[in-house]
Design a protein around this ligand. Structure first.
Ligand SMILES: NC(=O)c1ccc[n+]([C@@H]2O[C@H](COP(=O)([O-])OP(=O)(O)OC[C@H]3O[C@@H](n4cnc5c(N)ncnc54)[C@H](OP(=O)(O)O)[C@@H]3O)[C@@H](O)[C@H]2O)c1
Length: 331
């Protein structure tokens, strides 16, 4: 089986994460594209790559590149998807997929016209904790799920493009919280409506637009979900938190990131979903490479990313209306 040649578009922080994972997986030849050739060469040397490009255009025009990982800020994802798909490349697009549903529609059009494989790099979709929680829910260990509560609270001080309102196009829930929205939907299922609230306390925000929200959702199943996502509070437990699923026959109490899950229901089990790939990056990249090889639709598709982004958009609409908002089916 020949190696897939995978190019990082944009050599920043997340490109480093994917490069380390790609090297550990094998079967991938890495290359790097940056707006600065010097930066691309430095990444190429550091991660044992096979080519460095001084522009994204050059990489996307190179017939030896099979696929690209779009590692740029989300304000540029549409431009970079257009560039890559015009070159016939498969695309792994960092989350959040875009700033708006309208931008996502343009991404969908570009992918459809080119007929390439597209996946969103939503690693939470591949977290071991999700698999374990679903096993217990689907196995009936907690009966009917009534409430899902996810808590992610800590301190983050965005800088650079994350502090730029126009480039962000939203706040903490869009940039970081979209991971947790995906998590909530993976555990609770499809969402019907969303209501959000923010603290109305006189203080400076740490991020554009919003730096922390409580989001309440009603799932299609009728169950209720709650997500606390905040960049604005102190968490002396290094980002750890507790979350809980409440069912008619039992509960699952779990460390929010998935370090452990205590099932107290039809039977009692203490589970450790696994720290080897706690964040799901390995499973995610392996899945993308398989989909490129086999030319099949990835699980973390643009349609799934649309669902997640629609929850964020509905939450933001609800901040204005102060009511539950349905998920938008259109832009
Ligand atoms: N899945 C995850 O866990 C995860 C984690 C972190 C970030 N992300 C996502 O990954 C994307 C990149 O985030 P990051 O943390 O890697 O950001 P970053 O460290 O700032 O890197 C972004 C890279 O994008 C390129 N770029 C192109 N145009 C740019 C512009 N106008 N301003 C700034 N950079 C520009 C730059 O690369 P060159 O200079 O080399 O061209 C830059 O190094 C975002 O969508 C973010 O939400 C995902």
């Amino acid at each position: 089986m020949s190696a897939i040649r995978l190019c990082m578009l944009g050599c920043g922080r997340v490109a480093r994460t994917h490069s380390k994972v790609a090297r550990s997986l094998g079967g991938i030849e890495l290359c790097f594209a940056s707006r600065s050739l010097e930066n691309a060469v430095a990444y190429n040397t550091r991660y044992g790559g096979v080519a460095a490009f001084g522009s994204y255009e050059e990489a996307c025009a190179d017939p030896r590149v099979d696929a690209v990982v779009i590692c740029t800020p989300h304000a540029f994802h549409l431009d970079h998807v257009r560039l890559a798909t015009r070159g016939g490349k498969a695309v792994l697009i960092e989350k959040p997929v875009a700033r708006t549903l309208a931008e996502l529609t343009e991404i969908e059009v570009a992918v459809q016209v080119a007929g390439t494989i597209a996946m969103v790099a939503e690693n939470y979709h591949f977290k071991p904790a999700v698999r374990v929680l679903r096993q217990h829910i689907d196995g009936g260990d907690v009966g009917q799920v009534l409430f899902v509560e996810l808590n992610r609270a800590g301190r983050q001080r965005p800088t650079g493009w994350r502090a730029d309102a126009a480039l962000m196009g939203g706040g903490a829930l869009l940039e970081g919280g979209v991971h947790w929205v995906n998590y909530l939907c993976r555990v609770g299922g499809a969402v019907r409506e969303v209501c959000a609230a923010r603290p109305e306390v006189d203080r400076a925000l740490v991020a554009p637009f919003e730096d922390g929200l409580e989001v309440l959702v009603r799932f299609e199943s009728g169950a209720v979900g709650k997500l606390l996502h905040a960049w604005s509070v102190t968490n002396r437990l290094a980002g750890l938190g507790l979350s809980k699923i409440y069912g008619t026959e039992g509960n699952i109490t779990f460390e929010s990131n998935g370090l452990f899950a205590l099932v107290t229901g039809q039977r009692t089990r203490l589970r450790f979903p696994g720290v080897g790939d706690l964040m799901g990056y390995r499973a995610m990249l392996r899945h993308f490479v398989e989909c490129v090889r086999e030319r099949r639709e990835p699980d973390m598709s643009l349609a799934v990313a649309r669902r997640d982004l629609a929850v964020v958009v509905a939450a933001y609409r609800s901040l204005e209306s102060r009511r539950f908002e349905p998920l938008a089916t259109k832009d």
